[in-house]
Design a protein. Structure first.
Length: 164
């Protein structure tokens, strides 16, 4: 059974006119909430309402203690996107141990925003040295290759679940 921990209730802030990586959606696992063996799932939908020329977009899923400095568990290819393109990213996190130096295993898959039926990438691995005694952020980020006012990206959905 899935227990919903978080869901955005409106489109996330639009990231535009910048080449700086920006957080599109995030969830903060509360301090001391992780336990060894807990499993979490998440899914995100990211939209490009408008784009400019051949500028590319890179999407990432990060986990860590501080915004934009967490480990990138998933990084898409820099993809030339068009107006209205949507990417879907889904993942599973398995807590291996829960202390001041926790480890989480992950499996993440994403669709190509330029061709939603194509897999953008499947990633699996582990992240160590996460301090589960403090809040841990899970973030979806976007990064444009060029700064242009026409380049827009935002999160349509971001849901985080605990499997119970």
């Amino acid at each position: 059974m899935l227990r919903l921990l978080s869901a955005i209730t409106a489109d996330g802030a639009t990231h535009t006119n910048s080449t700086d990586e920006a957080v599109l959606a995030s969830y903060s696992f509360p301090a001391n909430s992780w336990q060894a063996g807990k499993v979490y799932k998440f899914d995100a939908a990211v939209e490009c309402p408008s784009t400019h020329g051949a500028d590319t977009l890179t999407l990432r899923v990060r986990i860590g203690d501080t915004t934009l400095t967490g480990t990138a568990m998933f990084a898409s290819n820099a993809t030339d996107v068009a107006d209205g393109d949507i990417a879907v990213i889904s993942g599973t996190l398995v807590v291996r141990d829960a202390d001041s130096s926790s480890t989480v295993a992950y499996m993440i898959v994403g669709s190509d925003p330029d061709a939603a039926s194509e897999v953008m990438g499947a990633h699996a691995g582990t992240v160590a040295s996460l301090d589960a005694t403090a809040p841990i952020l899970l973030e979806v980020t976007g990064d444009w290759s060029a700064a242009n006012v026409a380049n827009q990206v935002n999160a349509l959905a971001f849901n985080v679940y605990e499997i119970v």
